[in-house]
Design a protein around this ligand. Structure first.
Ligand SMILES: Cc1cc2nc3c(=O)[nH]c(=O)nc-3n(C[C@H](O)[C@H](O)[C@H](O)COP(=O)(O)OP(=O)(O)OC[C@H]3O[C@@H](n4cnc5c(N)ncnc54)[C@H](O)[C@@H]3O)c2cc1C
Length: 473
């Protein structure tokens, strides 16, 4: 039996090599190594072969052969996913890294068409070269690729103004599990011709097919960004400040991130060359960014907005960044909270969202719940308060076995946090997805009717269940 399987794989690899050429196929353990564990080294996997197609036609050939041999497929982009979706578990691994061409930049349509292997920072640069903005921005932007960002419906730090990846995609090209190519690269803002199939592939985590290219929206580049570092007394005050800032700026708030004092202290301790621009004992900081079309009046706007907030008792204190170095410093603090937290030790992590109106209630009740269930834990709750998306992390009590806490003893607390989220009409995965990590929980958290609809879509497009088995569904 095992020999049959081995023979089949050997025959498959020979056919793949003659179809794609030696550059498109690798069984070299050294080359495969970085593709079979995640960026944190938390999950390890395996694959019999790494396929590296250089065009949509080559992806189609690869998928046709996988179908013929009945082999499961794991598509991979930058392998920066957080939920154990991109690490192969014995499947054929298809890396999109060689598919990195710019197909078109249509400036008059404010759109660009990129292949799935283009890295996010390059996509941002291409937009900037055409005096446009591609607004998606996140910590892994130096490695995450367009196909992976689409497949996880990535979020990041500008969602409150520009939306998630789903809001930034006009069209998609994908290869189906049977090898057929669907060209849905329409750069249309309006297209009411039935089901909008691109949305099936956005956030599908590679369970329906391989995304090979996408037409993405572009935006005007802001002339000026004003950035402030604001001290507030509570998450409730943070939400009040957000509302005030949105109103006063006419919707120009592009960043609104909450940083707890403990998170800040960990960054200052573990990350070199960081300092708090507003040293105060107050328990929360807000990184607020406004993006404006004109220099004139921009500084006046943020000054009067913050003056008003302090006068009304919404903000306690604030500094406005005077130059690019100061802006970089506050973003460095925000972007390094997870890194500093990891240097501090292990933590139970929750990537959750609630309606913005319930963020403060969630943070207060969630923190009380954690302390009540396990005295001595610390809660580090930070992130995209402007989208209702909080990274709610809980560190073990002093002296506890960290692995045991994260893998066993803390799990009832995680369930309680997610129960609280459900009671507030929230989501147990705001932006990282489901993967293998949350698959079991999703199945009982979602309603039977919702799971039935999702499974029906999966059966329709992938009847043999060969696309990313064990992830999401
Ligand atoms: C430091 C750091 C910070 C992060 N910050 C954020 C954040 O702020 N917001 C956020 O949303 N995420 C964040 N992430 C998570 C991660 O960057 C995103 O999930 C990203 O979208 C993954 O892109 P990728 O190319 O690395 O995809 P991968 O990790 O390679 O794959 C992710 C999933 O998509 C599937 N997939 C990949 N490419 C394709 C394709 N072409 N067709 C079909 N399926 C495919 C994979 O099988 C897998 O299931 C962060 C990660 C890190 C390491």
């Amino acid at each position: 039996m095992a020999d049959d399987h081995g023979d089949r794989i050997t025959a498959f690899i020979a056919r793949m090599t003659s179809a794609l050429g030696p550059k498109g196929v690798s069984t070299d353990a050294h080359e495969i190594e970085p593709h079979i564990s995640d960026w944190r080294g938390r999950w390890k996997g395996s694959t019999p072969v790494l396929i590296k197609p250089a065009s949509t036609e080559e992806v189609s050939k690869a998928m046709t052969l996988c179908a013929e041999y009945g082999l499961a497929v794991n598509p991979q982009g930058g392998n920066s996913g957080m939920v154990n979706g991109s690490v192969p578990q014995g499947e054929v691994l298809i890396s999109l890294k060689r598919m990195n061409k710019v197909r078109e930049v249509d400036v008059l349509n404010d759109a660009m068409t990129l292949e799935a292997g283009v890295i996010l920072t390059r996509a941002q640069d291409i937009a900037a070269e055409h005096d446009r903005l591609f607004p998606l921005s996140l910590g892994a932007q130096g490695v995450a690729m367009i196909g992976g960002l689409i497949s996880t419906n990535a979020g990041g730090v500008q969602v409150l103004r520009y939306g998630m990846m789903r809001d930034l995609v006009l069209g998609i090209e994908a290869v189906l599990p049977d090898g057929r190519i669907w060209n849905g690269l329409r750069g249309l803002r309006k297209d009411n011709t039935g089901y909008d199939l691109k949305h099936l592939f956005i956030g599908a985590e590679g369970t329906l097919g391989v995304v090979t290219a996408a037409t993405l929206k572009l935006f005007p580049r802001p002339a000026v960004k004003e950035t402030a570092w604001v001290a507030v007394e509570s998450p409730a005050k943070a939400v009040e400040l957000l509302m005030l800032a949105k109103q006063a700026s006419g919707g120009a708030v592009t960043g609104f991130e909450i940083v707890p004092k403990l998170g800040l202290e960990l960054v200052l301790k573990h990350i070199p060359d960081t300092r708090d621009p507003l040293p105060t004992a107050l328990p929360w900081r807000i990184l607020m960014e406004l993006s404006l079309p004109r220099e004139e009046g921009a500084r006046d706007m943020i000054e009067s907005l913050l003056g008003d907030a302090i006068e009304k008792g919404v903000a306690a204190d604030a500094v406005i960044c005077e130059n690019e170095a100061q802006k970089a410093m506050v973003w460095k603090i925000r972007e390094n909270i997870a890194v500093a937290e990891r240097a501090h030790g292990k933590a139970l992590k929750h990537d959750v969202s609630v309606p913005v109106s319930r963020v403060a209630e969630f943070m207060e009740r969630g923190t009380a719940l954690a302390h009540q269930m396990t005295p001595g834990v610390d809660v580090i709750a930070f992130g995209h308060v402007g989208d209702g998306n909080i990274h709610f992390n809980i560190t073990p009590p002093p002296g506890a076995d960290q692995d045991r806490f994260v893998e066993q003893d803390g799990l009832p607390m995680s369930k309680a946090v997610h129960d609280l989220i459900a009671s507030l009409n929230g989501s147990i995965s705001a932006e990282h997805g489901i993967g293998r990590l949350k698959r079991d929980e999703l199945a009982w958290r979602k309603s039977p009717v919702e799971m039935d609809m999702m499974r029906a879509v999966k059966r329709a497009l992938d009847p043999d269940g060969r696309m990313n088995p064990g992830r999401l569904l």
